[in-house]
Design a protein around this ligand. Structure first.
Ligand SMILES: [Zn+2]
Length: 779
C-alpha cells in the first residue's frame, strides 16, 4: 500500500515552474463569495495546478469514490521534508509501536520527526465551507511568507483531504445551482449526499463499510499515524458560530487521558486565537461528546481528534437571524448567555459562507501553528500513549473460538479488527487470540467489550442527557460471534489465517456467507433448495427439501432522503440480493403483487412516510408521501400474498395506517424520562420455530434505537425478557418493554406484514439479526 502511494507521488511530482494560480484566477470568483459553489473536478484540477507550480505540495489520488470520482489527498510541508517522505513515514511507524523502538532511540526521533496533521473536509457534503477553506488554505500556505506558515512547513507534515466525500460535493452543487433563485435556494438535496449512507458516512470509522472510509484509513491513518486528525464540520445556524473541543462527557473509557488533555489544550488554543481575532460566538465544552468510536478512529490510534462545527449558512446563501431566533437551549451551554465556555454570545446578524471560511481559516492556522510549536511534545506523548497501551493488562486479551455458529460473521469481525491494525494471532486450537498488550489493544477492547454508558440524567428522575450518537458498539453481540475475555495468557503461534469460505452440500442458514452463495446461484439462474426444518440451503435437490424461488424485492425510497434506506441498499447489494427501488408513485399506482414478493420500508416515522415533504418545502415533484392511495396499495399487496417488511420506526405505519392489531407500549419520543433507548443492544428471546428465525439462536441481543415494543395477540417472533434487558449501551425504563413483543409476523390476507421493533440491518454491523431480515425477505 505504502509503495503504491509513493509511486503515485513520484509520477505526479513536477518541478516548480509557473506562478501559483490564485483561487480567483482558477475558479472565476473569490473563495467564499455568496452563492458560489465548487465542482469536484475543478477542485481536483486546482490541486493539480498547485502541485505543478509549488515544491511545497504533492497531490495523490488514493483511489475512486463510490461513484467513481478521484479521491485525493495533498501533502504539504517544507520542500526538504517532501523529498524524504518515506523517512518520515518510517519515523511515524517507529514511534507508533514502542515495542520496536527503545526509549533512547525514540528521544532522537522526537527531535527529528515532524508532527503529522491530517485535515479532513466536508464529509457531510452540505457542510460545504471546509472544501472552500481547503482551497484557500493551500494557496496561502504555498505563497505567503510569514513566520507562522514557515514554522508550520518546517515542523509539520499536513495531509489535506479537500473532501472526504467527493460525490457529495457534486450532488450538493448540482442541487444548489438547480434551485438558485427559486424559493428553494439553500435547501438540502432530496437525495442522500453519499450514495449509500448520507450523513452516516461519519459513523463508519470502525466498521469501514464504505470505499471512502477504507481509502482514508488504509492510505492515510494506517500509513501516516497522524498525531492530530482535524475533521471540519458545520452545525445548525441558530446557536454558536463555532464549536471546538474540549468535548462533553462521557469520554470513552479506552481513550488515553493524555489525548483527552491534549484535545482540551489544542481546542482551547483555537478558541483563544478566534477570540483574539475578534470572532464571537465560540463555544467549547458543548454539544459533542466523546463516546462512540464510530467517529473517533484516531483517538484509539494514538492521535488527537479535533472537531470544529461552524454555524451553517443556507449552503452558499447568506442567512440573517434576529436575536429572537437564537436558540435558548444547547447541551452544555446556553447560546443566549455568557458563560466560561461561551464567553461572547453571537446574538444575530447576517452569516455567510465567507464568515464560515474566515473562522475555519483561523482555526486551521491556530491548530497547525500550535502543533508546530509543540511538535516535540506531541511526538513524545504519541509514543507515551503507545507505551501505555502495550502495558495494558486487564483483561490479558480476547479469544474468538474457532467453532462458531456463523463463520462468515466471525471472519468479518476479525478482518474488521485487522483493518484497524489490531494484531490477531492463531491459537493452537484454531481460535483467534488478541492480546491487549499491543499498540491498538484499547481499540480492540472497545469493539469487543460491553459498553456501560453512564446513566446521565439532566436531574434525578428527569429526562436523559442525549448522547451525541449511539451508545453501544459491542461487535461480538452485533455479529453473533462468541468472544471471551481471557484474564490469563493464552498461548498462540503465528498470525491468524482466514478459514475457507462456505462450500459443500449444505449452506447453513446461520452462516451469513451462505446468503451470498444463494443469491449468486439465483442470479446465475440456478435453483436453490431449503430445508423446512432448519432453513439450511442446498444447491442440489435433497429429499424433503423444497425448491426456494428468488424473491422479487421492492425497496421504498422516499424523497426525504433516508439513511436507513441507504444502509439497506448497501446491505442487499453486499449480499447479492436483487431489488428494485420504488417511489411514492410506484406504490400508489397499485398492482404491486404482480411485480413484487417482498416490499421493504426502512426506518422512517409513519407521518413522514405518509406525508413526505410539505407542499411549500420543496419543488412540487419532491413533495408528498404515500398518502391514502399508497396505504391502500400496500394493504392490497399484503392481502394478495405479498410480504411487507417494516423496519423500526416504519413499523408504526403498519399499526396507524394499515390497521395491524398491535398496541404500542412505548411512549412517544417526547417522554424520554419514561423510556429511552438511544442506540443500544437489548436482549430478546426468539421463537426459533418461526421461519423468520432460521439460523438465529433463541437468545439474541438486537439493535434498539428509539424502537417500539408491542402488546399483541399476533404471532410474535421476538420479545423482551422480563428483566435484564440491557445488553450493552444505555436503557432508561426497562419495565416499559419487559415481556413485550419486538418482532411481529402478522398474517394479513394471504400475505404478511412484518414489524421489526429494532434495526435488524444496523449500519452494516448487525450480522446476527441480518438473518431475521433476510429470512423475512425470502420466506
Ligand atoms: Zn457534519
Amino acid at each position: 500500500m505504502l509503495r503504491r502511494i509513493l509511486v503515485s507521488f513520484a509520477l505526479l511530482v513536477a518541478p516548480a515552474v509557473a506562478a501559483v494560480p490564485t483561487p480567483k484566477s482558477y475558479f472565476g470568483h473569490e473563495i467564499g463569495e455568496d452563492r458560489t459553489v465548487l465542482d469536484w473536478a475543478k477542485v481536483v484540477g486546482y490541486f493539480q495546478e498547485l502541485q505543478k507550480s509549488s515544491d511545497r505540495i504533492r497531490v495523490a489520488e488514493l483511489g475512486k469514490s463510490t461513484e467513481g470520482r478521484p479521491f485525493i489527498a495533498a501533502t504539504i510541508a517544507d520542500p526538504e521534508t517532501l523529498k524524504h517522505l518515506d523517512h518520515y513515514i518510517d519515523i511515524q511507524k517507529r514511534l507508533a509501536d514502542p515495542r520496536i523502538t527503545p526509549a533512547a532511540e525514540a528521544e532522537k526521533l522526537f527531535l527529528e520527526g515532524k508532527a503529522v496533521v491530517l485535515i479532513t473536509c466536508s464529509i457531510h457534503a452540505t457542510e460545504i465551507a471546509a472544501t472552500h477553506t481547503a482551497v484557500e488554505f493551500a494557496y496561502r500556505i504555498l505563497t505567503e511568507d510569514n513566520p507562522h506558515y514557515k514554522a508550520i512547513l518546517q515542523n509539520t507534515i499536513v495531509l489535506l483531504v479537500p473532501s472526504l466525500n467527493p460525490d457529495g460535493v457534486d450532488i450538493v452543487t448540482r442541487w444548489y445551482r438547480k434551485t438558485l433563485g427559486t424559493p428553494f435556494e439553500g435547501t438540502a438535496p432530496p437525495e442522500l449526499y453519499h450514495h449509500y449512507v448520507g450523513h452516516d458516512n461519519n459513523r463508519d470509522w470502525y466498521i469501514f463499510s464504505q470505499v471512502e472510509t477504507r481509502l482514508t484509513i488504509a492510505q492515510l491513518h494506517n500509513v501516516w499515524h497522524p498525531q492530530i486528525v482535524y475533521d471540519v464540520h458545520q452545525q445548525g445556524a441558530n446557536a454558536s458560530r463555532l464549536y471546538v473541543p474540549p468535548w462533553l462527557d462521557p469520554a470513552e473509557p479506552n481513550i488515553d487521558p493524555i489525548l483527552m488533555q491534549e484535545m482540551n489544550m489544542y481546542g482551547s488554543a483555537i478558541a483563544a486565537d478566534l477570540t483574539a481575532a475578534g470572532k464571537t460566538g465560540v463555544a467549547i465544552h458543548a454539544i459533542y461528546d466523546f463516546w462512540t468510536p464510530s467517529r473517533h478512529y484516531q483517538a484509539f490510534h494514538g492521535g488527537l481528534r479535533i472537531l470544529t462545527e461552524a454555524a451553517s449558512a443556507r449552503i452558499a446563501s447568506p442567512i440573517t437571524l434576529g436575536a429572537d431566533q437564537i436558540s435558548n437551549t444547547g447541551l452544555g451551554y446556553n447560546p443566549r448567555e455568557r458563560s466560561w465556555n461561551y464567553l461572547e454570545p453571537w446574538m444575530g446578524g447576517t452569516w455567510t459562507l465567507r464568515d464560515i471560511c474566515d473562522y475555519e481559516m483561523i482555526a486551521w492556522d491556530s491548530l497547525l501553528y500550535n502543533a508546530a510549536l509543540h511538535k516535540t511534545e506531541l511526538l513524545r506523548n504519541f509514543y507515551r500513549v503507545g507505551q501505555r497501551q502495550i502495558e495494558r493488562s486487564k483483561p490479558w486479551g480476547f479469544v474468538i473460538s474457532a467453532k462458531q455458529r456463523d463463520p462468515g460473521a466471525t471472519r468479518k469481525l476479525i478482518e474488521t479488527l485487522r483493518f484497524g491494525q489490531v494484531e490477531v494471532h492463531r491459537g493452537s486450537d484454531g481460535s483467534a487470540v488478541i492480546p491487549m498488550h499491543q499498540p491498538y489493544g484499547g481499540w480492540a477492547k472497545s469493539l469487543l467489550e460491553v459498553q456501560h454508558y453512564p446513566n446521565d440524567l439532566l436531574y434525578p428522575g428527569g429526562p436523559p442527557k442525549q448522547p451525541y450518537d449511539v451508545t453501544a458498539n459491542t461487535l461480538p453481540m452485533l455479529m453473533g460471534v462468541e468472544v471471551r475475555a481471557a484474564d490469563q495468557p493464552v498461548p498462540f503461534a503465528g498470525e491468524w489465517t482466514a478459514p475457507n469460505p462456505v462450500s459443500g452440500p449444505t449452506l447453513p442458514a446461520a452462516d451469513t456467507d451462505s446468503w451470498s452463495v444463494v443469491n449468486a446461484a439465483w442470479k446465475a439462474g440456478k435453483p436453490v433448495w431449503r430445508d423446512p426444518a432448519s432453513g439450511d440451503f442446498s444447491l442440489a435437490a435433497r429429499p424433503g427439501w423444497a425448491e426456494h424461488k428468488q424473491p422479487r424485492i421492492g425497496l421504498y425510497q422516499p424523497w426525504q432522503s433516508n439513511m436507513d434506506e441507504g444502509w439497506t441498499r448497501w446491505l442487499l447489494e453486499s449480499f447479492g440480493f436483487v431489488y428494485t427501488t420504488i417511489r411514492n408513485a410506484d406504490i400508489q399506482r397499485g398492482g404491486l403483487r404482480q411485480r413484487f414478493d417482498a416490499i421493504i420500508l426502512a426506518d422512517q416515522n409513519a407521518n413522514s412516510i405518509e406525508n413526505g415533504f410539505g407542499r411549500n418545502a420543496m419543488p412540487e415533484e419532491y413533495t408528498g408521501g404515500l398518502e391514502t392511495a399508497g396505504a391502500a396499495a400496500l394493504k392490497e399487496f399484503a392481502n394478495a400474498g405479498g410480504n411487507l417488511i417494516l423496519l423500526n420506526g416504519a413499523s408504526q405505519y403498519a399499526i396507524s395506517r394499515l390497521g395491524v392489531p398491535a398496541k404500542t407500549v412505548t411512549p412517544d419520543r417526547e417522554r424520554p424520562e419514561l423510556y429511552y433507548s438511544p442506540g443500544s443492544l437489548l436482549n430478546m428471546r426468539v421463537d426459533t420455530s418461526s421461519p423468520l428465525a432460521y439460523g438465529v439462536p433463541a437468545e439474541i441481543a438486537a439493535w434498539s434505537e428509539h424502537s417500539a415494543a408491542w402488546e399483541t395477540q399476533l404471532p410474535v417472533v421476538a420479545r423482551y425478557p422480563d428483566s435484564g434487558i440491557l445488553a450493552s449501551g444505555w436503557l432508561v425504563g426497562e419495565k416499559v418493554i419487559a415481556g413485550h413483543a419486538s418482532l411481529i409476523d402478522a398474517p394479513v390476507g394471504n400475505g404478511h406484514v412484518v414489524l421489526f421493533g429494532m434495526r435488524p440491518q444496523y449500519r452494516a454491523q448487525s450480522y446476527l439479526t441480518f438473518k431475521l431480515f433476510f429470512n423475512a425477505l425470502i420466506r
